[in-house]
Design a protein around this ligand. Structure first.
Ligand code: SAM
Length: 286
């Protein structure tokens, strides 16, 4: 079956057809390939048809995660569906940064709010690590909230509340709370960069990727709301946006951290009332 599936993808523009074929078979058969080989049973007609349906979708430009309905994030399997952003590996680094900051701030009993939850990966990974802290997340997309709630239920977590709506309309719900930490992987692609993205990325929802003002509008709003409400901000940004952001807030101490591939990727703001960035120097790795 594996050979047949690989052959089927040959000549298509699927990136890594060996792995794609393997993942599809493992997913459809709900078992590892090693186990399947050990059992050496013929695959049923239904499963074979399901494998080729998923391979066809990949050949037609569908991202593998949508074809399978799942994506791996931080070692945890998450449900995803069309209309919801597929979580990216660099966002795992944002989770690690946020976890280090929450840990460092734990005696202040921080509340964590997220702008744009998508499939819920950021809040859910943090909620798993900090079961005694409360998390709130907003997303404008109904599908995203539905997916995030499904993931929360399957992980058995009860310390996250996801709401459909604009994050910035939800600010009054937490603005009187002390010690808020805002986390976000907001849309940050500029409109003129969007059409040049890989055709698989174009199958993801545009509103999850693109923001006004050269991709910076939501990042700017997040910085403004953090300053206004003395919240800590930990936010993903585009690798070419550092300069524009720093120039737009000349009187604010902002830090940009690189991701593992060496690109400017994470924007951090810690208000002076909360000790400033230096208080979190170890947590932020500076
Ligand atoms: C880049 S995706 C991130 C999804 C998820 N956090 C992740 O990292 O995989 C951005 C998300 O923000 C949502 N979004 C965009 N503007 C928003 C707003 N003003 N308020 C709440 N959610 C918003 C989009 O619908 C999308 O799901």
């Amino acid at each position: 079956m594996y050979q047949k599936a690989k052959q089927y993808l040959l000549g298509s523009d699927v990136d890594d057809y060996d792995l794609t074929a393997l993942f599809v078979i493992e997913h459809v058969c709900s078992d590892t390939y090693i186990n399947l080989l050990a059992r050496d049973e013929p695959i049923t007609k239904e499963k074979e048809a399901a494998v080729f349906l998923a391979l066809d979708a990949c050949k037609n430009g569908m991202p593998l995660a949508y074809a399978l309905g799942t994506a791996m994030f931080n070692g945890q399997m998450y449900a995803v569906q069309q209309g919801v952003l597929i979580p990216r590996p660099e966002t795992e680094e944002l989770v690690a940064i946020a976890a280090a900051v929450i840990d460092c701030d734990i005696n202040s009993h921080p509340s964590i709010v997220e702008c744009g939850v998508g499939s819920g990966v950021i809040s859910l990974e943090l909620a798993k690590q900090f079961p005694r802290r409360m998390f709130r997340g907003w997303d404008i997309s109904h599908r995203a909230i539905e997916t995030a709630q499904r993931n929360m239920a399957s992980m058995g977590l009860d310390n996250v509340v996801f709401s459909q709506g604009d994050f910035f309309d939800g600010v009054p719900e937490w603005s009187s709370t002390d010690n808020v930490i805002i986390v976000s992987n907001p849309p940050y692609v500029a409109e003129d960069e969007y059409q040049g993205l890989d055709r698989r990325v174009l199958r993801e929802p545009k509103e999850a990727l693109v923001a006004d003002k050269h991709g910076l509008s939501i990042i700017f709003q997040l910085v403004e709301v953090s300053i206004a409400h003395s919240a800590i901000l930990l936010c993903e940004i585009g690798c070419n946006q550092r300069q524009r952001i720093l120039e737009s807030f000349p009187d604010t101490e902002l830090l940009v951290i690189r991701d593992l591939t060496g690109h400017d990727r994470f924007l951090c703001y810690v208000p002076s009332q909360r000790g400033g960035i230096q208080r979190f120097a170890n947590a932020l790795g500076i």
